[in-house]
Design a protein around this ligand. Structure first.
Ligand code: HEC
Ligand code: HEC
Ligand code: HEC
Ligand code: HEC
Ligand code: HEC
Length: 428
């Protein structure tokens, strides 16, 4: 025993420190492990879109902006910047529709046109936060519309259809074969009419039916596997459509023939419009796009007739011509309209309403309109000229005025053809 009779107390401080540290380290490691396990078991945010019901959740690190993607992916950035996707939330028509009561004023619209908007939790039927000043304030997510992050980023990882070492070194990648499918585009490019009251309700026919029409095309032997072959050749991010005159000009063909017929005497006119290299009804996309075909007849020594750039008015519209049946025509011009009408029935408002017509071209279709002009209805002269002109309308006149466009901005003349025709037996 020690002389002072006290028990010896061993100093254990030197050992408790490390033990506590060890335990703490164990707890932290276990915590991290559990967290990792939890993270692994948490389903990855889907790559596909839900028809505008919710904004997209990308969880990108703050430094990941489209411009930053563009510093390395220069081509993709340049193409995307010039695309309709980049302008989806700032173009004039969208802006007007979103701010006028007659159009959108719905969170739903922003979820497709600017999917990275920060309004998670807002019902699709609600008026977007700060709508009054949204289009003057122009937050970056609005300016960027449908952007790189929208299509390529989930849970802070870059979605791709092929993982490479170089890609992995530049940023974390996640394999997402969905990106290469028609369904990926269809998540935004196909939807019915949205209820104004119930967040999750759609009704009526499809307002945009790109994917359904494409699947029909593919089932009927269409050669393309997905939208990408036509809209993203060589990975081109411009993804052109109806706003590309070049694409429209290539997608349509116009043929005209005008011949004299002796029994019964008169002029036979045959005009054909064909849709080539299109994977859905033509015009595709929104229902307010349409085609008009003007066929005209004049005496050869008079100047060409220039039809004003207007939508043919409905009171001048005659019933749609049955293709390939010959129509006796006295009055010119003849105007054929290729358009999809959406009435009360299609909009899901009155199931008893009559079906509306859809006269758009089918992919690959060649549609021929035939007219006959009896000799007695022709002017005296012996030489005539027949002309045909095909136009693409991005929207009708009423809309154009409402949105502040000139007709020239929304109507593109695809092609014009002319053919001479002589009265038989007359001097040439
Ligand atoms: C509307 C959706 C969409 C947007 C917006 C978009 N991409 Fe893509 N991107 C795709 C699809 C689809 C593919 C092709 C996937 C496949 O079939 O392999 C692709 C492919 C790519 C590739 C692979 C190489 C290639 O060209 O095929 C890169 C790199 C890329 N995108 C970068 C970007 C960048 C950078 C932006 C923004 C400037 C962007 N993308 C915007 C959908 C999009
Ligand atoms: C520091 C440069 C850099 C930045 C910034 C960058 N990337 Fe990449 N990315 C690369 C490289 C390098 C590859 C690999 C390219 C390859 O394998 O040919 C790649 C690959 C990809 C791929 C896979 C396709 C392929 O061809 O391998 C996609 C998709 C992609 N990046 C999208 C993006 C997006 C979206 C952003 C912005 C969020 C972004 N990248 C930012 C350098 C970058
Ligand atoms: C996140 C939603 C979204 C996805 C995904 C998406 N788009 Fe779009 N796309 C839009 C919106 C919105 C517009 C309308 C832009 C505007 O206001 O004109 C558009 C417009 C277009 C246009 C019309 C261009 C024009 O010149 O008129 C084409 C073509 C197109 N997209 C093709 C595709 C293809 C192909 C894919 C799949 C690879 C795809 N989009 C994926 C939302 C999307
Ligand atoms: C075989 C080629 C082809 C395929 C496949 C194809 N398209 Fe198109 N698409 C075209 C052509 C050509 C146009 C231009 C003519 C027109 O407006 O219809 C076009 C136009 C469009 C437009 C623009 C309409 C507008 O109003 O500006 C959209 C949107 C569109 N396609 C979406 C899609 C989607 C989504 C898919 C897949 C589900 C798809 N396309 C498949 C060839 C194709
Ligand atoms: C499910 C996705 C989705 C939702 C929701 C949606 N749109 Fe769109 N919108 C598109 C796509 C895709 C196009 C491109 C089709 C085309 O170009 O023909 C488009 C085209 C448009 C255009 C044509 C732009 C132009 O300049 O030609 C306008 C305007 C428009 N949408 C307004 C709205 C409004 C307003 C709402 C809300 C009531 C809305 N959209 C909701 C996907 C959506």
């Amino acid at each position: 025993m020690p002389p002072d009779g006290r028990h010896v107390r061993y100093n254990t401080a030197w050992i408790t420190g490390p033990v506590i540290l060890l335990i703490a380290a164990g707890v932290i490691t276990a915590g991290l492990f559990v967290q990792q396990a939890l993270q692994a078991s948490r389903p990855a945010t889907p790559a596909l879109f839900d028809h505008g019901l919710t904004p997209v959740s990308v969880k990108a690190p703050a430094a990941w902006t489209n411009r930053q993607c563009g510093t390395c992916h220069v081509e993709a950035f340049r193409e995307w910047k010039a695309s309709r996707h980049a302008a989806a939330a700032t173009n004039k028509k969208f802006r007007v529709e979103c701010t006028q009561p007659i159009g959108g004023r719905r969170q739903w619209c922003l979820n497709c046109h600017a999917p990275t908007n920060p309004s998670a939790g807002q019902l699709p039927t609600e008026v977007p936060h700060g709508l009054k000043s949204l289009f003057t304030d122009q937050p970056q997510w609005l300016v960027d519309g449908v952007d790189c992050l929208t299509c390529h980023v989930r849970d802070g990882k870059v979605l791709t259809t092929r993982i490479t070492r170089a890609g992995q070194a530049a940023h974390p990648l996640r394999l997402a074969p969905e990106l290469g499918t028609a369904e990926f585009c269809g998540g935004c490019h196909q939807f019915a009419f949205k209820s104004a009251h119930f967040g999750d309700e759609f009704h009526g026919k499809l307002q945009q039916a790109s994917m359904e029409e494409f699947l029909d095309f593919r089932r009927d032997g269409g050669s393309q596997e997905s939208c990408h072959e036509c809209h993203m050749p060589d990975g081109n991010h411009l993804m052109p459509g109806g706003y590309s005159n070049e694409m429209l000009n290539q997608a349509l063909e116009l043929d005209l023939s005008a011949t004299w017929q002796s029994q019964p005497p008169g002029i036979n006119v045959r005009v054909s419009v064909s849709a080539k290299g299109v994977g859905h009804r033509m015009p595709g996309g929104e229902h307010f796009r349409f085609l008009t075909l003007y066929t005209d007849l004049r005496e050869a020594d008079t100047p060409p007739i220039v039809h004003p750039l207007v939508e043919p008015m409905s009171e001048h519209e005659e019933p749609v011509a049955q293709p390939n049946t010959v129509r006796r025509v006295v009055e010119w011009p003849r105007v054929e309209i290729m358009r999809r009408e959406l009435g009360l029935r299609e909009r899901g408002l009155d199931p008893g309403a009559p079906l509306s017509s859809d006269t758009r071209l089918l992919p690959g279709e060649r549609r021929t309109f035939r007219y006959f002009v009896p000799a007695k209805d022709l002017p005296e002269s012996s030489a005539h000229r027949v002309s045909a002109e095909l136009r693409y309308h991005k929207m009708g006149d009423l809309d154009a005025r409402r949105f502040g466009f000139d007709p020239g901005e929304v109507i593109h003349t695809i092609m014009r053809k002319e053919e001479p025709v002589h009265r038989e037996g007359a001097d040439r």
